[in-house]
Design a protein around this ligand. Structure first.
Ligand code: APR
Ligand code: ZN
Length: 253
C-alpha cells in the first residue's frame, strides 16, 4: 500500500471515529469484487448494451423480451454473488452504529445479504431479486418468471391481472420511488459524514445526495477506483480498491 493511500485510510478512520452519524452511499463499484460487473468501467454493462428506456419497455414486446433475455443471461452473476470485504466493512460500520443508513444505487441485495438490516438500506433503484406487476403491484418470484419466459420466450405477464411484469428496479425514464427518495434525503440531512463508495456519480437524482450532504455541511468522502464527477467538491478522495481500502479503514477482513 502506498504511503499516500495509507495516509488517506488513516484520515478516513479518524473521520469515522469523530463522526456522530455517517451515511454510506454505494454504487456498482462495491459489488464488482463479488463478480457483478459495473456499468461504466471498461467491460461494464453499458459498454456492451444500450439501456432499455422505460417507455420503450412499455411500448414494445420485443424490448420486453430483450430486457428479460439480458436479465436472465446476467442473472447467473446476480444469483450466485456473495457479499465481499467491502460489504462486510459497511455492515461493521452499521453494527458499530457509526453509519445510520446505506443509500444504494445497487439492485443486487448484497448489503442485506451482508447483514445490514433491511430498514437501514435505502434502495434508490429498486431490487432485482423479485419482479412485480406494473398494473396491480403483485409480487412475482423470479424462478417462476424465468420458467415461463424460457418456456414461451414471451415477456411475462401478471398471474393475477394480465398486466406487464418487470423487475422491481427503476429503469431510465421510470419514476423514482418517492418513499426511498424521502428516506434518503432525511438520512443525508442528518449526517455529519457522507461516504461515497464505488460510484461514478453520473446518474441523477441519485448523485444529488452527495451534493446535498456537502451543501448541508457534512464532510464528503469519495472512495472510488477512478475519478468521479464530484471529486472537486469532496473533502477527501481516495482512489483505491474498495475491499482493501475499506477493510484497512475498519479492520474488517
Ligand atoms: N473498487 C473501487 N472502485 C471500483 C471498483 C472496486 N473494486 N470496481 C469498480 N469501481 C468504480 C469504477 O471505477 C466506477 O467509477 O466504481 C464506479 C462504478 O460506476 P458505474 O459503473 O457508473 O456504476 P454506478 O455509479 O453505480 O451507476 C449508477 O447507473 O446505469 C445506472 O442504475 C444504474 O445504479 C446504476 C447507476
Ligand atoms: Zn397484475
Amino acid at each position: 500500500m502506498t504511503d499516500s493511500l495509507d495516509h488517506e485510510i488513516k484520515t478516513l478512520r479518524s473521520l469515522l471515529d469523530a463522526s456522530a452519524q455517517a451515511v454510506v452511499f454505494t454504487g456498482a463499484g462495491i459489488s464488482t469484487e463479488s463478480g457483478i460487473p459495473d456499468f461504466r468501467s471498461p467491460g461494464g454493462i453499458w459498454t456492451k448494451f444500450k439501456p432499455i428506456q422505460f417507455d420503450e419497455f412499455m411500448a414494445s414486446e420485443e424490448a420486453r423480451r430483450e430486457y428479460w433475455r439480458r436479465h436472465f443471461s446476467l442473472r447467473g452473476e446476480l444469483g450466485k454473488a456473495e457479499p465481499n470485504r467491502g460489504h462486510r466493512a459497511v455492515t461493521h460500520l452499521v453494527r458499530r452504529e457509526k453509519v445510520s443508513h446505506v443509500i444504494t444505487q445497487n439492485i443486487d441485495g448484497l448489503h442485506q445479504n451482508a447483514g445490514v438490516p433491511a430498514d437501514k438500506v435505502i434502495e434508490l433503484h429498486g431490487n432485482a431479486t423479485y419482479a412485480e406487476c406494473l398494473d396491480c403491484g403483485a409480487h412475482h418470484e423470479l424462478d417462476h418468471v424465468r420458467a415461463v419466459f424460457e418456456a414461451e420466450e414471451a415477456p411475462p405477464t401478471c398471474d393475477y391481472c394480465g398486466g406487464i411484469v418487470k423487475l422491481a428496479t427503476i429503469s431510465f425514464g421510470q419514476a423514482m420511488p418517492e418513499d426511498q427518495m424521502a428516506r434518503a434525503e432525511q438520512a443525508t440531512l442528518a449526517a455529519d459524514l457522507f461516504i461515497v463508495l464505488g460510484s461514478s456519480l453520473v446518474v441523477f437524482p441519485a448523485a444529488g445526495f452527495p451534493m446535498l450532504a456537502k451543501r448541508n455541511g457534512a464532510t464528503l468522502v469519495i472512495v472510488n477506483r477512478e475519478a468521479t464527477d464530484l471529486d472537486e467538491i469532496a473533502d477527501v478522495v481516495i482512489n483505491g480498491e474498495l475491499g482493501t481500502t475499506l477493510g484497512a479503514a475498519t479492520g474488517v477482513n
